[in-house]
Design a protein around this ligand. Structure first.
Ligand SMILES: [Zn+2]
Length: 281
């Protein structure tokens, strides 16, 4: 049985990540509540994934310290476990993404069961990283939501892909999986005209390494320039009604497009704006 608090706090559907239909819960028959300081999850899974529950639970409880740098969840989060990759792709209405293992919305994470990953490394480590990554997305969406009243999804502007994926990747400590700045510069030289920071769907699908690498390095650069506080300020700006680009400018002191262009131009090594104004011999 689901608890009334989770149901009550979840409230109306909050779908920001994309406009796909809600996943069907046809294969799901079991539920487990996972609760820690500032964390409330309801894991929905099928009988076949009963033995996965313990490691999912421990991965969920481990995310707290990493995510707290950005803020706290305002609502409980559903974790829906899908038995295989095919059922995950069906649920998110996307085909041909063999590397995809999870998908996040403002109130839920859809997770391909680790049982079906065929992972080569210790699965706990990878699962913990993935859960931290996905739950960073969830937290970001919740932190963008206006405080007073729920608004229609269309009203809330989604941050650029590099910011969303970079924030999740950096928070989950996934730099060791991402292309280096040097690799990215080579990639960019070999793909003139490709917009890695705002990739089209096909570029995202087929060049995942470059897209996630660029997102990670760009967000990492942003944090080096303006700190965690700058990122929190950007989110707060949007939450209180500003457009993303305006919130970015107010929080970081530079325009979003300048930051993006400079990031690419300097090979992900842009200097802080203050360094350009106080030079001397
Ligand atoms: Zn992501």
């Amino acid at each position: 049985m689901r608890t009334s608090r989770l149901v009550a706090t979840l409230g109306p559907a909050f779908l920001l990540a994309c406009a796909t239909t809600r996943p069907q819960a046809t294969d799901v028959s079991l539920a487990a509540r996972v609760q820690g300081p500032g964390l409330l999850f309801e894991v929905l899974y099928s009988k076949a994934d009963e033995r996965e529950l313990a490691r999912i639970e421990s991965g969920l409880l481990a995310v707290g310290p990493r995510l707290s740098r950005w803020g706290s969840f305002r609502e409980g989060v559903w974790i829906r476990v899908f038995p295989d990759h095919e059922s995950l792709e069906r649920a998110v209405d996307r085909r041909g993404y063999p590397w995809l293992r999870a998908w996040a919305y403002g109130d839920q994470v859809l997770l391909q069961s680790p049982r079906s990953w065929n992972a080569s490394e210790p699965i706990e480590e990878e699962l913990n990283e993935l859960l931290t990554h996905e739950l960073t997305h969830v937290l970001m969406y919740q932190l963008l939501q206006p405080e007073d009243e729920p608004v229609l999804d269309a009203v809330i502007e989604e941050p650029p892909l590099w910011f969303r994926e970079g924030m999740a990747s950096v928070t989950a400590g996934q730099g060791h999986r991402r292309l280096s700045s040097e690799d990215l510069s080579h990639w960019l030289a070999a793909h003139p005209g490709a917009d890695l920071l705002h990739p089209k769907a096909e570029l995202y699908r087929t060049e995942k390494e470059a897209v996630y690498g660029a997102a990670h390095r760009a967000f990492d650069l942003l944090v080096r320039i303006c700190g965690d506080q700058g990122v929190r300020d950007v989110l707060r700006g949007v939450r209180t009604g500003a457009r993303f680009a305006d919130a970015f400018k107010a929080a970081t002191g530079r325009s979003l497009s300048d930051f993006e262009q400079q990031t690419i131009r300097t090979g992900f090594a842009a200097l802080p704006i203050s360094a350009s104004g106080a030079g001397g011999p």
